[in-house]
Design a protein around this ligand. Sequence first.
Ligand SMILES: Cc1cc2nc3c(=O)[nH]c(=O)nc-3n(C[C@H](O)[C@H](O)[C@H](O)COP(=O)(O)OP(=O)(O)OC[C@H]3O[C@@H](n4cnc5c(N)ncnc54)[C@H](O)[C@@H]3O)c2cc1C
Length: 407
Amino acid sequence: MISFDLSPRIAEMKNAIRSLAEQAMRPIAREFDEKEHEEPHEFQNLMWSISGGRAFGSSDDAPNEGKSSGPREGNLGACVTIEELSWGDAGLYLSIPNAGLGGAAVMAAGTAAQKTRFLGRFAEGQPKWGAMAITETHCGSDSAAIQTTAVRDGDDWVLNGTKIYCTSGDRALRSGGFVVVWATVDRTAGRRGIKSFVVESGTPGIKVIKVEDKLGIRASDTAMIVLEDCRIPADNLLGVAEVHQSTEGFKAAMATFDATRPLVAASALGIGQAALDLARQELAQRGVEIRYDRCDAHLSAIERDFLDAEADLQAARLLTWRAGWMMDRGQRNNLEASMAKAKAGLAVTRVTQKCVEILGPIGYSRQLLLEKWMRDAKINDIFEGTQQINMLIVARRILGYSSKELS
Ligand SMILES: Cc1cc2nc3c(=O)[nH]c(=O)nc-3n(C[C@H](O)[C@H](O)[C@H](O)COP(=O)(O)OP(=O)(O)OC[C@H]3O[C@@H](n4cnc5c(N)ncnc54)[C@H](O)[C@@H]3O)c2cc1C
């Protein structure tokens, strides 16, 4: 039987996070948008003390409804929780200390020992961040074209190259966390040569040379990182080292996105929902109530636009929850994760722009957070696979084409 109800555990968590978002995020959202490179230390410490360094909502393998044998719901829980955090503020959500995308990469491609070694540190001490560095100046969508090299030297790997736009890269390297760096062990081997390596904070030869100024999610740090003869232990390579054997290493690294794309979609939902809630509230103050019991012909243009936007977001939410739900059941969700990400990224850009439009000049002014949410929205259409790339993945999976056949 299909049920769209959240379990009592997730529903309770959703309410708790909504209160946290209202009390700890909304009041400082404008401030840390304006002070782009300042750290929201108080907020970060608070979140670290609440989460104990774990990703919010994931609760690792929390079984459903407290039954030890029930289905897992950590991924669905994370989707719901991240929506609420991003309803509070998406930039601040991305500033919460945890292993982040780097942690997801370790989970997707690392051995049991590597998971304990690299993720164990997130259970103790000061706030820490993890990050993942794939993108280079000439390679974003086409991650198989990576130029950063990893050369084996005795018991070490030596990394050289430059990475751009690494979310939380600066914080990860300053905090005792780590950055998962994608590099090639053989530039002639294409995908088969791409491996992911954990570079721990404090390792000589890795440094941040720039933190970007951005349009949106300005509370989140986005770093340019240089690796110069950066030497790491051989065991910091995630997964298999054999180059010419297969594309398993690349596939394992790409599997990171099956877990994280639904989370990006969830963040998009939170921003879109915030915009809809605010637009509804402002319209109500002007005496405009959105009516749900009329057919199209009897609705005002504003009501129709609002209802269209709400339906768009709800469709994206169902795709997102499905992708997380499948992951919890150990089902391959590569197609659904890309569907959710593509749909939610597009929906949130449309919804936030529509809400700004519906409210007119006040929507565009800085009196409200709405203009900020319109700026924050766009990133969901860009990182972790752009809109176009996720649509390509969806098309390939549905039509049964390889990446060579449909690019
Ligand atoms: C704020 C921010 C944070 C980021 N965080 C991270 C991070 O933590 N780690 C990381 O590694 N990267 C990160 N990125 C980089 C991001 O993942 C890339 O920007 C993204 O993958 C796109 O790559 P690109 O910018 O090189 O664009 P390109 O790949 O050059 O694409 C440019 C345009 O062409 C389109 N396009 C490309 N190929 C195709 C195709 N085959 N068919 C149709 N259209 C195509 C794209 O959709 C896009 O619209 C971040 C970026 C930003 C802005």
